[in-house]
Design a binder for this molecule. Structure first.
Ligand code: 5AD
Ligand code: SF4
Length: 481
């Protein structure tokens, strides 16, 4: 079969290169084993992720390599021999947090010169950030980006054997590395990256500059990974990519995202399939029909609208109007009744007037999303929107944000209320943080349900009758499993 592999020779990291990284892992593993015998304890790593699911999935790859090298997990930076920050740069506050944490590590490095401090992820793909780290955070030992994550064992080996910082950021349009180990944080639900990068260049967004061009993993590699998850009793997978609907567009042999969903739907063991993120301009009819026709594809779609005003959408380079989006939602609701819809919205985009903002509220009321992830516009150096002289003040942004939440929360609660008394299939995830309802899980529509349960239900699909509703969650009673 070997689909979707023809045009990837230049971007696929070679098997020899991956084998070389395994050799570095082996040599560090030996050193760590020696240390463990001498000191009676494993070397520990504290790894903190600051970003989205793609970033978390990258951290799982880092953990795979770290475990292979014999490192254990530290609870905090103080007790750990190595600290890694996997960073995000989508919004400014994530960046600021990282600088704060890095600054705080300086004293630990002075007290313990042996401690290794590594920083990686999206932030490192920006030249100005690397310059700042070189100048102001000289206690950092390793800097690497998203494109060369697979090289971590080699860079670590260099850092261990040298006194100077190791800085290696790959500025190519990106690569695909297969065959690296992975250690997943969850044993019921798993993320599977299906494509990397983004070609859309929305005017506010830094992602295309730091994650490179769109490149899809081969269907065979993805299916193999999902099969392995099925054999290991994972129940649910979420296919990840900045723009999953574009899957396969870079292949000479044109596999579509709907084709990929079909293949994955037939993998044994996996019971639920989700995916994110979709772009309205690329959400084709065959993907909509996948929700209806493929039994494992769950009835939840995350479809970022970003703004309701067609003028702002055009300035954002989103390539659809308010009307296009509303019509698309109409079509989805018609084909897949009961589907849950979530979205991303940015408030305070440069030049957004009160009228523009009213258009966003109008879309919320018309579409009736189950949930909206709302963000204050954040000015990202290097993006076209950052150059606009027409920036909206922080106060105005905040007050619009509050108004948006108020409108959306009311809708979320009203939608949840319609579920009262209904029986839903719930995948039980584990203990709940809620003290009254001790267990928690999610419906196919991705709603959190808290209920009274027991340990043996974890990882199972159970039927839960909805007995109560909150704005962001449901309460229920297990009726069968
Ligand atoms: N400011 C605020 N939000 C942003 N997002 C992307 N870039 C920015 C920015 N500069 C939001 C978008 C995207 C989500 C992942 O983050 O809504 O869908
Ligand atoms: Fe950013 Fe737009 Fe690409 Fe999403 S589609 S990652 S918002 S450029």
């Amino acid at each position: 079969m070997n689909k979707g592999t023809e045009n990837k020779k230049e971007i696929q990291v070679s098997a020899e290169e991956i084998a070389r990284q395994y050799q570095y892992m082996e040599s560090i593993k030996e050193a760590n084993a020696e240390y463990e015998i001498k000191s009676g304890r494993k070397r520990l790593v504290y790894l903190q992720s600051f970003g989205c699911q793609m970033n978390e999935n990258d951290s799982e790859r880092l953990w795979g390599m770290l475990s292979e090298m014999g490192y254990g997990e530290g609870k905090n930076s103080e007790e750990s021999d190595m600290v890694i920050f996997n960073t995000c740069c989508v919004r400014e506050n994530a960046e600021e947090k990282v600088y704060g944490h890095l600054g705080a590590l300086k004293k630990q490095k002075v007290d313990n010169q042996e401690k290794i401090i590594a920083i990686c992820g999206c932030m490192m793909q920006q030249g100005h950030v690397v310059e700042t780290i070189k100048k102001k955070y000289r206690h950092v030992d390793i800097v690497f980006g998203t494109h060369n994550l697979y090289k971590f064992p080699e860079l670590l080996n260099r850092a261990i054997n040298s006194d100077s910082s190791v800085i290696d950021v790959d500025e190519s349009p990106g690569s695909i590395a297969e065959g690296l180990p992975i250690e997943r944080k969850d044993s019921i639900k798993a993320w599977v990256t299906v494509m990397y990068g983004c070609n859309n260049f929305c005017s506010y967004c830094i992602v295309p500059y730091v994650r490179g061009r769109e490149r899809s993993r081969s269907t065979d590699d993805i299916v193999k990974e999902v099969q392995e998850l099925g054999r290991n009793n994972f129940m649910e997978i979420t296919l990840l990519g900045q723009n999953v609907n574009s899957y396969g567009k870079d292949f000479a042999d044109r596999v579509s995202f709907a084709d990929l969903l079909k293949e994955i739907n037939s993998v044994e063991g996996i019971e639920r399939i989700r995916f994110m993120t979709s772009h309205p301009k690329d959400l084709t009819e065959d993907i909509i029909l996948a929700f209806r026709d493929l039994d494992k594809v769950c009835e939840h779609l995350h479809l970022p609208i970003q703004a309701g005003s067609s003028r702002i959408l055009q300035d954002m380079n989103r390539k659809y109007s308010k009307e296009d989006y509303i019509n698309l939602i109409g079509k989805i609701k018609e084909k897949v009744p009961g589907i849950a819809l979530t979205t991303d919205i940015i408030v305070g985009y440069p030049g957004e007037t009160e009228e523009d903002f009213e258009e966003t509220l109008d879309v919320l009321r018309k579409v009736r999303f189950d949930f909206a992830y709302t963000f204050l516009y954040s000015r990202r150096t290097g993006t076209p929107a950052a150059k606009s002289a027409d920036q909206v003040s922080e106060d105005v942004k905040k007050s619009r944000f509050e108004k948006l939440l108020e409108v959306q929360n009311k809708i979320s609660k009203e939608i949840n209320d319609t579920l009262l008394g209904r029986t839903e299939e719930v995948l039980v995830e584990g203990l709940s943080k809620n003290s009254i309802w001790n267990y928690t899980g999610r419906t196919r529509t991705n709603k959190i349900v808290n209920f009274k349960g027991s340990k043996e239900l974890v990882g199972k699909l159970v039927k839960v009758k909805v007995t109560g509703t909150q704005t962001w969650s449901l309460e229920g009673e297990v009726i069968s499993w």
